[in-house]
Design a protein around this ligand. Structure first.
Ligand code: TRP
Length: 361
């Protein structure tokens, strides 16, 4: 390979700085940007997703930024053998997206599973030739996922999915990818693939932009155990689709500490502080002021306040969810329309790629 510079990761602080500047540019000129984000369809979404990423996507969509949302169904098979639930999970994920306010009927928002976009998947092949095995082996997020999967046989999809993710991002020439910290290595690889493709095949007419990460300012919500990020696999989540009673029961069981006076201290009192944060997010108050309000009334009061404010906050989302669940036809239509549009975009890019790779006939 002519261009074999090593992957260099920016400092996290530099990424945060650039991300903040980007945020201003988006506000000033939303039409210059195209966003791509997505999720694996491994189950329903929870309130950690809502406050951590979904609300940010809706905000950007509402600023009229073109928004591509990939449902990464192939990626599901990188760390598990089960595929029985994929179709149902794709539908539930779409329902969650629509329920929180992503709206393909009103905005330039496109929701699609990548397995339905052959031209996107085809980019995976040339992209694989632009990275080395050593680079793939070094990816810290992949290493963690291999650890977490508990599997002794790791399939090649696990090592290569970050390259596939580059195809997810580059096929539509997205220039912004809103991500959490764990996805930054993948985005750096995507930027490198874009750069190497351009340098190698299309120096005079760069095909791909180097997409920038947009770190969501949103808060990381801890799980109800207070010790880890909220995640379905840790069984510490409140799903968007939970009922009021289920939500109440989960909060009732949640861990707190033995101190009666409620104070906001995320380092020393993570469980209590996480609940205060959730109340803050759902009431537009500060965690400190809520702590003060509860004062000596203890964990019982904290929990009842959280149950009330969260259920109130989620009510419209849950109602919309229920409605959508009764209309599978509509969900199907949304995906069909997303796929149809996205394919036209992917076809154009693949044509261009063939042209520059000297593969026209
Ligand atoms: N890897 C992401 C996750 O596990 C999902 C994903 C697939 C993604 N393709 C993407 C995220 C492209 C952002 C951009 O959550």
């Amino acid at each position: 390979m002519e261009t074999s510079t090593d992957i260099e990761y920016d400092t996290f602080e530099a990424t945060v700085d650039r991300s903040n500047k980007l945020e201003t540019d988006i506000q000033n000129c939303p039409g210059k940007f195209r966003i791509l984000t997505g999720d694996r369809p491994t189950g329903r979404l929870h309130i950690g997703h809502l406050f951590g990423s979904l609300q940010n996507r809706v905000r950007l969509q509402n600023l009229s930024v073109e928004t591509f949302v990939v449902i990464a169904d192939y990626q599901v098979l990188t760390d598990r053998d089960t595929y029985e639930n994929i179709s149902e999970n794709v539908k539930q994920l779409t329902i969650d997206y629509l329920a929180v306010g992503l709206d393909p009927t009103k905005y330039n928002t496109f929701i699609f599973p990548h397995s339905h976009i052959p031209e996107l998947n085809q980019l995976f092949i040339p992209f694989l030739t632009l990275v080395t095995n050593a680079e793939l082996n070094r990816n810290p997020t992949v290493k963690e996922e291999i650890q977490a999967s508990g599997q002794s046989r790791i399939n090649a999809g696990m090592y290569t999915y970050p390259v596939h993710q580059a195809a997810d991002i580059l096929f539509c020439k997205a220039n912004i990818v809103p991500v959490g910290k764990d996805q930054l290595p993948h985005l750096e690889l995507t930027r490198i693939i874009a750069r190497r493709f351009n340098d190698r095949f299309a120096a005079k007419h760069p095909v791909f932009p180097e997409p920038q990460p947009l770190l969501s300012k949103a808060t990381t919500v801890l799980g109800l155990d207070g010790s880890h990020k909220m995640s379905k696999s840790r069984n510490n989540s409140i799903m968007l689709s939970a009922t009021d009673d289920e939500t109440a029961a989960l909060i009732k069981k949640a861990k707190t500490d033995s101190e009666r006076l409620i104070t906001y201290d995320p380092i020393k009192r993570p469980e209590v502080s996480n609940m205060l944060l959730l109340i803050a997010l759902t009431t537009n108050k500060t965690p400190e002021s809520i702590a003060e309000q509860i004062g000596n009334s203890g964990a019982g009061k904290l929990k009842s306040l959280l149950t009330e404010s969260l259920n109130e906050y989620l009510r419209p989302i849950r109602l919309r969810r229920k409605e959508l669940e009764t209309d599978p036809q509509y969900i199907h239509q949304i995906l069909k329309k997303g796929i149809a549009h996205v394919r036209t975009v992917a076809e154009k890019t693949l044509d261009e790629v063939r042209h520059f790779m000297n593969m026209e006939i």
